[in-house]
Design a protein around this ligand. Structure first.
Ligand code: IDP
Ligand code: MG
Length: 205
């Protein structure tokens, strides 16, 4: 029983401040938001990612993920009543998705990034919630993407670049496990107690 509880309390997720977040001086603000809600950062570093690392990080060989990238952009064109064929030369979601994937590699290798591992109850969902919607114009205010970015695929895709949305967060536990293994060696992940743990999780204090 206590083992199960401990596992739930120590769920880990992966997140990364993207180059625009670092270049805009938002590293501290993003880290602050993660820490103040009670989540624990157990690994963190600043690096320049290689193209190989980014290709391994995103599920680039998963056709469903590529199609989803294309769809996210296409729905924005529909919303604006714009013909994607006119602006992008195609309305094929796979083709658009492949182009977005290429731009994403350029974006993520364009400057320093800050990968991190975050631990806590429902960490995966909590950090997705802190991040906000992928598309900044749909991200709620109060989220990292909503408060500090403005962008839309209708513009980004025409300009042949990825959407600049500051922050990456794993979508599922499986994605988190894969990404943590990719970016951190086990010995780089720290084990420590936070000062607030007793107040947040014990019956008496
Ligand atoms: P997520 O980052 O919210 O998990 P994904 O669909 O996994 O969203 O997309 C990965 C990243 O690719 C996004 O964070 C964003 O930077 C970029 N991206 C997603 N859709 C588009 C698009 O339609 N045009 C340009 N870039 C996009
Ligand atoms: Mg994703």
């Amino acid at each position: 029983m206590s083992e199960i509880i401990s596992k739930i309390k120590k769920q880990r997720t992966f997140a990364m401040i993207k180059p625009d977040g670092v270049l805009r001086g938002l590293t501290g603000e993003i880290v602050r938001r993660i820490e103040v809600c009670g989540l624990k950062i157990v690994a963190l570093k600043m690096i320049k990612a290689t193209r190989e690392q980014i290709i391994a990080h995103y599920p680039m060989s998963d056709q469903a993920w590529i199609d989803r990238l294309g769809e996210k952009g296409l729905s924005t064109f529909e919303g604006l009543k714009l013909d994607p064929k006119h602006f992008l030369g195609t309305d094929n979601k796979s083709e658009i998705g492949r182009n977005v994937a290429k731009s994403l590699i350029d974006y993520m290798t364009s400057g320093p990034v800050v990968p991190m591992v975050i631990e806590g109850i429902q960490a995966v969902d909590m950090v997705r919630k802190l991040a906000g919607h992928t598309l900044p114009f749909k991200a709620d205010m109060g989220t990292i993407r909503g408060d500090f970015s403005v962008d839309s695929p209708a513009i980004a895709n025409v300009e042949n670049r990825a959407i600049h949305n500051l922050f990456h967060a794993s979508e599922t536990l499986e994605e988190a496990v894969k990404e943590i293994t990719l970016w951190f060696k086990p010995e780089e992940i720290m084990e420590y107690n936070r000062a607030g743990d007793d107040i947040m999780y014990s019956k008496t204090y």
